[in-house]
Design a protein around this ligand. Structure first.
Ligand code: PGA
Length: 270
């Protein structure tokens, strides 16, 4: 069965010191309560080591297991928000997925709308990153979603279909047939990100069901059923319950509300 995933996207927020303080509060507030939920934090690369140390220390204090980190029954998993598809070489300023893996990352986030729009990442570029993530033994969460203009022009399904299909290369399809739990889609309407304008549960669910049907058509029902599809865009404790009950919504990717330990806990317990 596909897991319900609570994913935090910190974006360019939190220094190593702030990261440590966050996890002390977050893990203490969670106690054992969230131990069986699948929680992942996409932290800034420069704070990754601090996140590893903080989650390990807090988990040990709470008697939780950190080995293996990817287990849903252990301390929160950690991921990186972006990395290059080459693992080493003359690529000044880039981060390596193999180094992230060595440091303890379980996940890589690929194709967030800020990467697509601000950093001009293309579908072709992102497909290479999905393949590279799998090649390095990372789980991959691929973000897709339409802009307001695209929604108003009635292009929502076409946009998310194009973005999804671009990532389903033959290599990726072969991987998904073997290990569907190592991939997740995050549907994030761009107009709902950081705006406080959340998609209605019906709007979100309509797209999620479209995506499930698309995955079924492309990958077969058995594989498609195992892939979690998360919703992201202004998720808060107040709207998490109604969204999470909708058919086809298998988790949340949370930006702003994941920066506060209590606010993120409240989403996980909603
Ligand atoms: P938000 O961000 O929750 O602040 O809207 C979500 C995201 O960008 O992943």
């Amino acid at each position: 069965m596909r897991p319900f995933i609570y994913a935090a996207n910190w974006k360019l927020n939190k220094s190593p010191r702030e990261t440590k303080a966050f996890f002390q509060d977050f893990m203490a507030a969670a106690g054992g309560a969230n131990a069986k939920k699948s929680v992942v934090f996409f932290v800034p690369a420069l704070s990754f080591q601090a996140a590893c140390e903080a989650t390990e220390a807090a988990a040990a204090a709470l008697g939780m297991s950190t080995a293996p980190k990817v287990s849903a029954r252990s301390a929160p998993a950690l991921g990186i928000q972006n990395a290059y598809f080459e693992t080493q070489g003359a690529f000044t300023g880039e981060n390596s997925m193999s180094v992230a893996k060595e440091m303890g990352a379980a996940w890589v986030l690929v194709g967030h709308s800020e990467r697509r729009t601000i950093f001009n990442e293309t579908d072709a570029n992102l497909a290479k990153k999905v393949e590279a993530g799998f090649a390095q033994g990372l789980k991959v969460m691929l973000c897709i979603g339409e802009t307001l203009n695209e929604r108003e022009a009635g292009q929502t399904m076409k946009v998310v279909e194009t973005q999804s299909l671009a990532a389903l290369t033959p290599t990726v399809r072969a991987k998904l047939a073997q290990a569907p739990h190592e991939f997740a889609l995050a549907y994030e309407p761009v107009w709902a990100i950081g705006t406080g304008k959340v998609a209605t549960p019906e709007q979100a669910s309509e797209v999620h069901q479209f995506l499930r049907a698309l995955l079924t058509k492309e990958l077969g029902a058995q594989t498609a059923e195992e892939i979690s599809i998360l919703y992201g865009g202004s998720v808060k404790a107040e709207n998490a319950k109604a969204l999470g009950q909708m058919p086809g919504i298998d988790g949340f990717l949370v930006g702003g509300a994941s920066l506060d330990p209590k606010a993120f806990q409240a989403i996980i317990s909603a």
